[in-house]
Design a protein around this ligand. Structure first.
Ligand code: DQA
Length: 141
């Protein structure tokens, strides 16, 4: 079982973002944890990050086709990118939307997700553990 984990803009500097919201981990550390949980659950995990929306869309298309499930945290794009939503709609397997912070209880503009309706599952505000929940959901499916 192959699961793609796709991070969007500003995750390359995750360790510099507000630790009260994002936990203070680097992307490298976060991805190492995710890969470790993947191993425990017996699945292959492919992690990628980009600040370019076009590249993100291409990965959604590619891994949506070749993978068995996707975990996406497109950062701020989650709140307005219909192009990413359209790309994710093509995915063969289920899509899980994850946010480290509790976006549903932050600024008004973060409460809106254009991915919500196409996601099979959504995890917000659980920090890195949210990715474990997402992996467990996909493995169970
Ligand atoms: C985020 C929440 C988004 O609103 C924000 O733009 C991010 C991170 C999260 O994981 O909590 O970049 O997706």
């Amino acid at each position: 079982m192959l699961i793609g984990v796709l991070h969007g803009p500003n995750f390359n500097v995750l360790e510099r973002r507000d630790p009260a919201l994002y936990g203070g981990l680097s992307l490298h550390e976060l991805e190492a944890r995710i890969r470790g949980w993947g191993e425990e659950l017996g699945c292959d995990v492919l992690c990628r990050q980009t600040n370019s929306e076009g590249e993100y869309i291409e990965w959604c298309q590619e891994l949506g086709e070749s993978g068995d499930g996707l975990i996406v945290n497109p950062g701020a794009w989650s709140h307005y990118s219909y192009a990413i939503r359209d790309a994710l709609e093509l995915a063969r397997g289920p899509v899980v939307e994850v946010h480290l912070s509790d976006v549903d209880n932050r600024e008004e503009w973060r409460r809106r997700s254009v991915l919500m309706e196409i996601a099979a599952h959504r995890v917000v505000g659980k920090g890195p553990e949210g990715y474990r929940e997402a992996l467990e959901f996909l493995v169970r499916r």
